[in-house]
Design a protein around this ligand. Structure first.
Ligand SMILES: Cc1cc2nc3c(=O)[nH]c(=O)nc-3n(C[C@H](O)[C@H](O)[C@H](O)COP(=O)(O)OP(=O)(O)OC[C@H]3O[C@@H](n4cnc5c(N)ncnc54)[C@H](O)[C@@H]3O)c2cc1C
Length: 416
């Protein structure tokens, strides 16, 4: 392991693979090192709550972000099993748990998130799902289990419930809020997810905070109901890994590490990408932070290009996707910033779109759910263009109030 890289990409997760590729496209000569705590090369995480669990023939390596040959072919060093414990910004070097140090010219800080843990009232922690190894541990349990209790009805919990049910397990899904996916902006979509899971045979319980977990098998709620399974998995959200950045004095945002619109932090030699990046948004203003796969990829590619010399702001319309069994859900833009919304389509089929406008009528975002995911590509593209065009729909409200309005006709408002 060299003592110095021109580009040190810290984290070794999804972001780092894509940032390395973008840097190498621009800079053929600079040395690049990806260094992270994981024992796996960078991989894409979405399959690990979905296909990896439902298809026992899949290997972790099937979901590596890049082929094995990508790293040597592009002269990119991959340093695994290295946990950073300190960033010395004066010496421009990162210090690792084993005492080793690596100096950098430019540093990408991409440490992602870890699962929020259920620390209270448990004599044995539930299982969590963040890494490929976590997913493998869950898959191993499936083989010897008949039932499972999942705590948390967010996207990890709902995807997991569908995947485990598909493998023949009896699943109870417990959510403390009065609906599934409480952090997700669309209630009709959350209701469609609930109906689908119940049709699959999942016991969905909402409005019941979990108070105790015993022996990794028994879950007790605040109203004293008990749900038990052969194992318990908790999907309680995530914690941004920003302690190292905070400790070395980088400016912090509300949840992530603060950066400007070129993804550069308060230190001119350090950039951020992926889950921990919090930055000025150039598309619709305000500050942006997202914990999404395609955001990790796009922000890392952009940070990589900027680190290698590009001088342009990051312009991206957020794109989140989730698959709950046969349901494909997509989100574009910033629906959570909407002050009014309109629902189109048939919630019970389900094939519906909810669009979100600001109080002045500006289009902020869209959420869509349907079983035929191929139909989502044109809808996604339309809304990306409308949001990029900063379209204001205040003069179209009468048309939007018709649930059968053909959304694709909004194409006429796209100028580029
Ligand atoms: C099971 C699962 C399913 C998902 N499904 C979807 C989906 O369907 N759609 C979607 O849009 N998004 C999905 N996501 C979210 C998406 O995967 C993340 O947004 C994305 O991985 C973020 O990339 P990242 O590079 O920021 O962080 P990560 O990929 O988490 O990489 C961070 C890396 O940093 C390492 N690290 C942390 N601390 C240190 C340290 N001190 N020293 C060295 N290394 C360290 C970690 O080991 C990790 O490998 C899913 C996530 C999970 C866990």
């Amino acid at each position: 392991m060299p003592a110095m890289y021109d580009y040190l990409l810290l984290g070794g997760g999804t972001s780092c693979a894509y940032a390395a590729a973008a840097i190498r496209e621009t800079d053929q000569n600079g040395s690049i090192g990806i260094v992270g705590a994981s024992s796996e090369p960078p991989y894409d995480r979405p399959p690990f709550s979905k296909y990896y669990l439902t298809d026992a023939s899949k290997q972790i390596s099937d979901f590596h972000s890049k082929d094995e040959s990508f790293y040597p072919d592009n002269r990119i060093d991959l340093v695994l099993n290295h946990r950073a414990v300190n960033i010395d910004r004066t010496a421009k070097q990162v210090e690792f748990e084993d005492g080793s140090k690596i100096a950098y010219g430019k540093l990408l800080y991409a440490l992602g998130c870890t699962p929020r843990e259920f620390h209270d009232h448990t004599d044995q922690e539930p299982m969590y799902l963040r890494t490929a190894e976590d997913s493998k541990a869950i898959r191993d349990r499936i083989a010897s289990s008949k039932s499972c209790v999942i705590i948390g009805g967010g996207y990890i919990g709902t995807e997991l419930a569908a995947s485990l049910t598909a493998r023949g397990l009896k699943v109870a899904l417990i959510e403390q809020a009065d609906r599934l996916q409480p952090g997700f902006p669309s209630r009709p979509v959350a209701d469609a997810v609930r109906r689908e899971l119940e049709n699959m045979g999942v016991t969905v319980v909402t409005g019941e905070p979990v108070s105790h977990v015993y022996a990794g098998r028994r879950v007790i709620t605040a109203s004293d109901h008990e749900y038990s399974g052969d194992f318990v998995v908790a999907g309680l959200g995530h914690v941004h890994q920003r302690d190292l950045a905070k400790h070395c004095g980088l400016e912090m945002g509300m949840r992530g590490v603060r950066a400007n619109m070129k993804l550069r932090t308060s230190d001119p030699n350090i950039w951020v990408s992926g889950d921990v990046a919090e930055f000025d948004d150039t598309v619709l203003g305000d500050v942006y932070i997202a914990e999404h796969h395609l955001h990790a990829k796009a922000s890392a590619e952009h940070a990589g290009r900027v680190m290698a010399g590009l001088d342009e702001p990051f312009k991206n319309v957020p794109y989140f996707f989730s698959d709950v069994g046969p349901l494909s859900i997509i989100l574009r833009g910033y629906p959570e910033r909407g002050a009014q919304s309109f629902v189109f389509g048939n919630p019970t089929s389900p094939a519906l779109t909810e669009i979100f406008l600001s109080s002045t009528g500006r289009l902020m975002g869209m959420v869509d759910v349907r079983k035929d995911y191929k139909q989502q590509d044109p809808i996604s593209e339309l809304f990306e263009n409308l949001i990029k065009n900063r379209v204001n729909l205040s003069s179209h409200v009468e048309r939007l109030n018709n649930p059968n309005f053909n959304l694709m006709s909004l194409n006429e408002l796209v100028s580029v």
